[in-house]
Design a protein. Structure first.
Length: 132
């Protein structure tokens, strides 16, 4: 049977039956200013049109001490900060910020570029993307 997770009625951030989650964990040594956290991920570029629906980032030392810019190719679509600090974290429901079904055209690369480096501990980013 297919597993579906709907934590809140009417909330489409976690419709697991249609939206895969891509989660990346980077050490503080890798998450330096200018690093593309999605750069080596095969899913960062797709031959299909996609929709990005939500994004979360946790880790480092304290909430708000690490920042990234999210890009589609060279167009910056937002700046995000980590919402929790500490080691061994997994993004929770409250950590996800809506991207309001942001359109990513076929062939475009999704990039997550660090603008404020992690102090310590890994940085975990999760983005939810739906193929069109």
């Amino acid at each position: 049977p297919r597993c579906r997770h709907y934590p809140a009625a009417g909330n489409n951030l976690f419709r697991g039956d249609v939206m895969p989650s891509y989660t990346i964990s980077n050490t503080a040594a890798v998450a330096i200013v200018g690093a593309d956290l999605f750069g080596n991920e095969v899913w960062s570029r797709s031959p299909r049109n996609r929709l990005a629906t939500s994004f979360a980032m946790v880790g480092s030392t304290n909430a708000g001490d690490t920042g990234v810019d999210l890009f589609i190719d060279e167009t910056r679509i937002g700046t995000f900060m980590n919402t929790q600090g500490g080691a061994n974290l997994v993004p929770q429901f409250d950590d996800f910020q809506s991207l309001e079904a942001l359109f990513i055209p076929a062939g475009a690369q999704l990039r997550c570029v660090v603008n404020d480096a992690a102090a310590s501990n890994p940085v975990i980013t999760t983005i939810r993307v739906e193929d069109q």
